[in-house]
Design a protein around this ligand. Sequence first.
Ligand code: CTP
Length: 400
Amino acid sequence: MQIILGVTGGVAAYKSAELARLLVNLGHRVRCILTEAGARFITPLTLTSLTGEPCYGANPDQGEWRAKPSIEHVELARWAEVVAVVPATADILGKAANGLANDLLSTVLLATRAPVLWAPAMNTGMWEHPAVQANLARLRSFGHAVVDPGEGFLACGEEGSGKLAEVAVIAEAIQMHGAPKQQTLSGRRVLITAGPTQEDLDPVRTLTNRSTGTMGIELARAFRNAGARVQLVLGGDGPAPWGVETTRVRSAQQMLEACLARWADAEGLVAAAAVADQKPERQSPEKVKKGDEPETLVLLRTPDILAQLAAARRSDQWVIGFAAESQNHLKNATAKLNKKGLDAVLVNDVQNGRGFGAQANTLTPITAQGAHPPLGPLPKDRLALAVVNWWAQRLEARPD
Ligand code: CTP
């Protein structure tokens, strides 16, 4: 992909160097445009060295650096397959929202027909100001994408929102926004559970499992890439993918409540979470001290989220579950399919430590028709794509 990376004048400009390098490593061509204020925070030499392409715009050594001043903005605007401004200051947002163009970056932004993406970073007060929010709403109405800033300690000493989003998230958003749109599942609404759940014993101890959440997160990405609107209910610390509405939870009960609140609005569920099957009978608000008595832990069953959602489904809703099996795969998975009333079970072979945390995986779909050819072995991102393609074909064949 040919990416124009606009860099404007904020402290977070140093992160554009890391972003440029990451995008180049991912196989893209990146040309940077610095504004005059941006060039006070980072040099053209840094960006040129990292991208292997000229850096355009302001240059402290040469002034505004223009090979062909009259048409440079048009050439760059045409060259771009996506234009991303990282970090974006309140100033550039205001200019672009109102069609002002008085330097190379703002003229490229006006001239281009490529998708545009903004990753703002600024002081919390500025970020929350109605003028900035109104400008962002206007930019969104043009079809531009925004990677919202996160919360944290800001360079100005304040704590709050306005911190530039993670570089990896911005890179994902740029690739996603710049790629041709896939429409296989356009307009479909999918609810996905992912990650481990945690059942706290006390403020410092917890019962959990070794799931990383990667498979569910990759499925959320793959459904999103296919055009679906995805709601992800996520346990653990896995990264929330861009363009997916993510709700973070800890316990099975919280996951159940989050899912129930979203189920009516979805037409399908993919339950990829590794829900802890038990929780402690007692949860102590204070840290439990060790005593001389022998200690036993009494465990209770957690709610079965998949079973409850399947039981509460409408006739137009579909449900896919996972099964981790080390033996009798087909028999055990078919029993699960029937017991929970599912449309499909994806069987994960966990014999000899496969599955959790592994790089490549195989999933065998089981439906009422029996076992289907296995998907994989593939890395989890491509495996997720294979699952989505397999399911999209079946959805297409389903009578409405
Ligand atoms: N699941 C759930 N809520 C639970 C337990 C499991 O939603 N409390 C979902 C998982 O997300 C997965 C499927 O149910 O989609 C797994 O079913 P489960 O019966 O737990 O299968 P296994 O983990 O394979 O366990 P076992 O074979 O021991 O029953």
